[in-house]
Design a binder for this molecule. Sequence first.
Ligand code: PRP
Ligand code: ZN
Length: 286
Amino acid sequence: MENRLKIAIQTKGRLNEDSMQLIKDAGIDLSIGRRTLVAESRNFPIDALFLRDDDIPQTVGDGVADIGVVGENEMLEKGENVVIVKRLGFSKCRLSLAIPKSLEYNGIEFFNGKKIATSYPVILKKYLAENNITADVHVISGSVEIAPGIGLADAIFDIVSSGSTLISNRLKEVEVVLKSEALLIANPNLSPEKQEILDELIFRIESVQRTKGKKYILLNVPNSKIQEIAALLPGMKSPTVVPLAEEGWSSMHSVIEENDFWVVIGKLKKAGAEGILVIPIEKMIF
Ligand code: PRP
Ligand code: ZN
């Protein structure tokens, strides 16, 4: 039988779009009929399994899927035997305690004797125990944010991303318990064949991730300024220098950090650079 890797992906929700983009950036085509549970790739030995995010850690832990994309929050809550292959840097959110906006908050003792609604009882109970707080943890699987408003709980412990869910439910975030992002997780007992497919996938993901925050820059410089300008361009190795048809001028190419961009550009202009072009990078392979 041909070896194929099964990847669990969230069906819909905050992780789905970025997970699909990750697969696409890795050059993998998934033939997805609307609302199918499984999709096969024809150009890479991988099949996708679409699941609720809550079910992904167990699916990978059991080996029903080999790998999966899941929020750190779900992975920690479920405590399955999986390994973190890679932090993916998207779907950033936090798990926080929130209380009605109208109440005064003077610190974590607030929660003593209170009833807290959550879908993350494991993480919450651990946090409460570490802080010597005795509270009643009330588990509900969805719409946690409405619990205080309908008198079901005094507070909530839930995912906060933009914060708009809290605002529209007249709640305020008072303690950040955990910061979370999307993770690529794997079953710890992959066959060597499957590990090889995973390694290729990681290689591709890293080639794309490396480009985050980086731009390719091209500029024309007088030959007498090459040294000075090279010092301003800490590229991948040293910048590429190509002679221009015009005598005494060269074109320099390099990679720059988007964050440093405006500062560097100013210095380059002062040093005599002209015709500066800054373009996006799709993939970087070392
Ligand atoms: C979470 C959480 C809130 C919302 C917070 O639900 O339960 O409802 O996101 O996001 P915001 O701060 O941007 O408003 P999610 O959409 O992840 O669904 P799930 O909990 O059912 O997986
Ligand atoms: Zn969920």
